[in-house]
Structure formats: C-alpha cells, structure tokens
Design a protein around this ligand. Sequence first.
Ligand code: C2E
Ligand code: SIN
Ligand code: SIN
Ligand code: FE
Ligand code: FE
Length: 380
Amino acid sequence: MVDLQMKRDLTTQEVLDLLFSYTPKIAGEKDIDRLLILMANLGRELVVADRCTLWLLSNDGQTLWTRVAHGVPEIRMPADKGFAGEAVRTGEPIIIKDAYEDSRFNREIDLETGYRTQAMMVMPIRTNDGRVMGAFQAINKMTPDGGFTQKDLEHLNLTATYSGKTLESAMLYEEVEVTQRDAIYMLGELAESRSRETGNHVKRVAEYCALLGKYLGLSVADIDLLKLASPMHDAGKVATPDAILKKPGRLTEEEMETMKLHTEEGRMVLSRSVKRIFQTAAEIAITHHEKWNGKGYPKGLAGEDIPLFGRIVAVADVFDALSNDRCYKKAWPIEKVAQLFQEELGLHFDPKIGQILLDHLPEFVQINFIFRDTFVEGPH
Ligand code: C2E
Ligand code: SIN
Ligand code: SIN
Ligand code: FE
Ligand code: FE
C-alpha cells in the first residue's frame, strides 16, 4: 500500500498560484530535459499525485522516452506497451482506480522496485496541429480516498495542452540548433578529412576549447560561441592541394608557404557570412597560427594583439596535432607533449592558457580518448 495518503486536493486559488509560479519558469526554459522535469513537477502538484511522468514519442513513433533528472540517462519504453502507450495510440485519456485490477497493467516494474502502483491517470499531449506527441502519466493519488477525479483529469488536460505547445517550440528550437551544429562540424571535417585524419580532430578541438574557456572563466555564451566556431579553424584547408595536405613526410619550405595560406583562405570564406558564429570562426581561422612571441603567421601578431579565441584555439590545435597520428607524424607520448607546452609557454602559447592545459592535463587526455580516431587503413 501507498502510505502517507494524507494530502488534500488544491483549492482553486492554490491551482492558480501554482500555475502562476510555474509559468515563468517554463516560459524561460529552452532545454527539453529541464522542461520535461518542470512540467512533470507541475502536473504532480496539480493533481496531488505521488509521481508524474511526461512521456514523449520518438520521431519514428516506436518509443516513448522521458527524463527523471537532468543529466541522468533517458528512460525509454516501447510505444506499444503500457497505459502511456495506449493513451498515445488511442488519443484518449485513461483513469484507473487500481492498476492491479486491470489486465493491461504490467506488474514487472513494481516487482523489481517494490513500489505499489494503484491509481493512475494518463492524458495524451498534442501538438498545435493536433498530432499526439506524448502523454502525461500521474501515479497514485495522495489524498485519503486515493482516486483521481474528473477534476484531476481536467487539470492534467490543461497542463498537457500548455506543455504540448511549449515542448513543440522547444523541440523546433533544438532541431535548428542541432542542425546548425552538425552543418558546422561537417564543414570543419570536410577540410580535415581530406588528410588522413577522420574528422574527430574538429570535435576534439571544440571540446578542448570549451574546457580551456571554462578554466579561463569565460561566460557560458562565449564558451558556446567558441565551441561552435573553433571546429572551422582549418576550413581554409579545402584550398590546399592534396599533394601537400596528404604528403606523408615533411613539407618543403615552399610547400609550407602554400600550407600557410589556409589561414587567409579560411578567413575569406567564413567572413562571407555576417553571422556571429562565422565572423568569430573567420577571426579564429586567421589567428590560430599566430604565436605569443610574434613569430607565428600570417601576420606575426604578438601577445594580446592576438584575439583571445585565436590564442585558445592555438593551444587546443597543437595539443591535438601532437597527441594524435597525422599523415606526416606519429602521436607523441603525453610526457613529450607536456614538455613542449612547458617549453613554449610565453613563446608559442599564451602562458596563462598553456598553463591551464598543463594544470588539467588528464581532462584533456580524456577528451582525446573519448573522441579518438578510428583509422580506416588504405588509400585515403
Ligand atoms: P596540424 O597537423 O593540425 O598541426 C597544427 C599545428 O600543430 C602545427 O601548425 C604545429 O604548430 C603543431 N605541430 C604539429 N606537428 C608538430 C610537430 O611534429 N612538432 C611541433 N613542434 N609542432 C607540431 P603548423 O606547423 O603551422 O602546421 C599547420 C598545418 O600544416 C598542420 O596542421 C598540417 O596540416 C600541415 N603540416 C605542417 N607540417 C607538416 C609536414 O611536415 N607534413 C605535412 N604533410 N603537413 C604538415
Ligand atoms: C527521439 O528519439 O526523437 C527523442 C530524442 C532523444 O531520445 O533524446
Ligand atoms: C569574439 O571574437 O567574439 C571574442 C574573442 C576575443 O575575445 O578576442
Ligand atoms: Fe591550421
Ligand atoms: Fe588544425
């Protein structure tokens, strides 16, 4: 039995207060995970349930998924199972006094967890144009009589209607964001993957940059910008001839001069967009081979005349180049990488940024491992 069935239903005033307290939180939230949790909490409080879950239907319609806490892996179940699945399939709400008296109920989860599911209520959630996109599921009424009422169903319906619209726009926003990020990474990889690297280079550089940005104390907005812009640092390599880009051995001085043009090529292409991400990427492209002591290229800028993002990417890019195989060299052992950074503090690298790398080396090594290259041998 569920104990502590000692709460009471909300008064109309309390319902309004609850809605007013949640509305600004929900309206200000773009993250789908956090929205799911916020809305589930709202639903639970409104109908005085012990638990409330907001299930979303996957794009392919095969799975219902949810989150119980931010950062915790999602929970998934087949969309043709259980009461939530049925509500999604039929588009009709379900209200049950005792799940154990209903043959549709699957007791396995209760048997595993020791929880006793009793009263249950499920309300489908629809998109603006009426398509079912998921369901609200409330379990166990916490009032003494223990059953969900018609009033609860109305309250959950209200929440479901509101949730549907909000989630739909949050999902659209996420879709656009993810599309943008994928396009950017693909652009970055396009340049890189003509050489033997698999393209994970740009992902790693983005991750190292974010980590350096974090320890430098940059704002979340700047870190996000850096993470999106840095993968394009070598976009100008698309203009580098294969004979140079893929050369298995050392470049001649002349070849190196051609190679160096990738900074200016990148800047030219990327600055065609007036959008902030591309403008930032253009700045990174033209500055990521500058050195703190003024001996870099193409301009020979020194110290803080080199834009911050360029100085950050310089550290990330060289760390990655040294820690991995390239068509022209093998990966260095980490001790040798660390030694180079130590020696080059204040020469090649901004000493503050290089020191961060040295102080947090294991975290950088871990990123390198997570996004490691899996080589496809043979002609490339
Ligand atoms: P990358 O492979 O992404 O390397 C980026 C930067 O990492 C290099 O910029 C350099 O500062 C550092 N780096 C890479 N390997 C070594 C190394 O063995 N020793 C030291 N001390 N630093 C290293 P850099 O030199 O301006 O090169 C820019 C790009 O030019 C490289 O990007 C790579 O695509 C190409 N490249 C440079 N040297 C060679 C080479 O000898 N052979 C070939 N095929 N390509 C090269
Ligand atoms: C989906 O499959 O559409 C949901 C995305 C997710 O699982 O996070
Ligand atoms: C930016 O390009 O938006 C800022 C980078 C910098 O501080 O130089
Ligand atoms: Fe480069
Ligand atoms: Fe690079």
